[in-house]
Ligand binder design. Sequence first.
Ligand code: TRP
Length: 442
Amino acid sequence: MSSQSEWKTSTGFILASAGSAIGLGAMWKFPYMAGIYGGGAFLLLFLLFTIFIGLPLLIMEFTVGKMGRTYTTKIYSKLTGKKWLNIIGWNGNLAVFILFGFYSVIGGWIIIYLGNVILQILSIEEASLTSINFEAIISNPWLTVLGQGIFIFLTMIIVMLGVEKGLEKASKVMMPLLFVFLIIVVIKSLSLDGALDGVRYILQPRLEDISMKGVLFALGQSFFTLSLGTTGMITYASYAPKEMTIKSSAISIVIMNILVSVLAGLAIFPALQSFGYEPQEGPGLLFKVLPLVFSQMGFGNVFYFIFLILFLFAALTSSISLLELNVSNFTKNDNTKRKPIALIASVLVFIISIPATLSFSSLSGITFGAGTIFDNMDFVVSNILMPLGALGTTLVVGQLLDKEALKESFGKDKFKLFAPWYFLIKFIMPAVIILVFVVQLF
Ligand code: TRP
């Protein structure tokens, strides 16, 4: 985005921030994490964390953005007068940089699948949706690096041209369409044999399935889907119109994120049981199961093609803001430097994304810490940098900012929510985040 106060209306702001927040997190990451960490138990934890921790933090980020109105590596010093606090902004910048590195791997898979389905529709390839072989695709280093390169390239071109506004407009159509498609897939999935087991798996919390790791990853997932701690949402709020309503915007984003996550779960798990996959498939889950669901529909490949386009769109509206964050922090909103900086950032992201992609092929043997290189990049972002960023911001908001100014930025307060929210941010959230860190260490 080129200048501050870009969004003329509250709706524009909600569309933009929802487009950024809703992406691979809800559709791709949620189901695969839920599959590994206990289905319904994971969903329950995710809901609790999203509502009781994620929502107040999202409101906090919007409040900070609305007060600060500048790019995020300056906003902390602008608000507090303390230059060193900009480190929180840089932490977010580092987070989105690494995040884009592994996000693009999945974006690349979408592109490869799209290519595959196009060849099928044009009958260039004598194949069907059931024959798309996920393992064969991701174990091909050249193909996956190419796919992810295309994804990064597309993101870069959009950011360079500064046409995000056009995408925002398009998202008015694309996002609801994606929703409709998800619902169609859910209906189809529910009609398959054995679907009920899958529904039970994802909706019924079995408390014995809750593990410490599951708790940590569910919290990480809440941070991830709401983009917390990366300062992404702060940036969006800094462009928002003065009259934007923080609470209702935050609530709508939280609800949309939960809805998409649950729908993705309901699209995948019933079908998964029916096709004989295990819930613990990992990152490939969505890519293995959905083609099979579409293969059961008339014109399945055409529908799957449309679905992939919508999915790609959702991923791009997020990756664009990932890149945009890096660009705006380095250009300091000076548009003449926009193109070269977008280019440099994209090339750097491409470089770090290569080991992430190869985690599924030639480098799959390298595992440490949280798993493969890919898993570790995700872990560092979702479980370390994002919570750290959120912790820093809660400390700034709770300890340094003026309560009255916060109250004003918080906006109209019909339900008297400011006091409990402020209490949460000042006392509870920092303690919770620190506690999680300490637990994580052991
Ligand atoms: N929330 C995004 C998703 O679910 C991922 C994300 C995290 C993000 N932090 C961000 C996107 C910052 C844009 C900017 O896909």
